[in-house]
Design a protein around this ligand. Sequence first.
Ligand SMILES: CC(C)(COP(=O)(O)OP(=O)(O)OC[C@H]1O[C@@H](n2cnc3c(N)ncnc32)[C@H](O)[C@@H]1OP(=O)(O)O)[C@@H](O)C(=O)NCCC(=O)NCCS
Length: 207
Amino acid sequence: MNKRLVILGAGGHGRAVADAALKMGYRTIVFLDDRAAGRCIGFPIAGPLDRAEALRDGETDFVIALGDNRLRRRVAMGHDLPWARIVHPSAQISPFAELGAGTVVLAGAAVNVCARVGRHCIVNTGAVVEHDNMLEDFAQVAPRAALGGSVRVGALAQIGIGAVVKNNVAVGMGCVIGAGAVVVKSTEPGGVYVGVPAWRREKGAAG
Ligand SMILES: CC(C)(COP(=O)(O)OP(=O)(O)OC[C@H]1O[C@@H](n2cnc3c(N)ncnc32)[C@H](O)[C@@H]1OP(=O)(O)O)[C@@H](O)C(=O)NCCC(=O)NCCS
């Protein structure tokens, strides 16, 4: 691959995305960031996010590497760019799974047969997205979280680090599932759930 990747966001997730992209064979990386300048892991930060369109050419892909789901959605809605799928070479993606444009799958993650992952999702390091899962756009599965078979994750939902979601459960849109939680029943949209088994901590906190 002789392409350049522009990464929108030069924070920790941006660096992880760059690392995966280089291992995929991207020739070089350019970051954009509203708050940082200079260089990031040796690659230039070429300006704020709204410079993205100016960097468009036939040999450049783009990806949004902002861990905040709502911010990622806002940036995606504001730009019409060729969004790349970034998949670390050590991730296991079934040939019968689907990944939407702009989605990132990091090292050691698994996306199993007939899973469908929407646009601009994050499947983070070592996460497991089992067979027949459906992740809607802008959802995120944190490192080492595991989703059993036929789980549905609503748009903008966040599954916390090391959390477990039992098979056939639906996680509502915009839910936040806390680190280490075990979700055994479907969750209401926008709720924050923690604990084992997970309970709703409060209403409306997921914004
Ligand atoms: C659940 C979560 C969203 C709550 O965040 P918050 O609203 O900022 O909560 P706070 O840190 O203020 O903690 C509030 C209370 O909830 C408890 N709590 C926080 N996270 C918890 C969790 N995962 N499980 C159980 N209890 C938790 C705290 O101990 C605290 O209890 P207290 O009021 O008795 O002292 C957050 O703690 C979390 O788990 N986020 C997931 C992070 C993650 O996976 N990131 C991955 C990045 S790659």
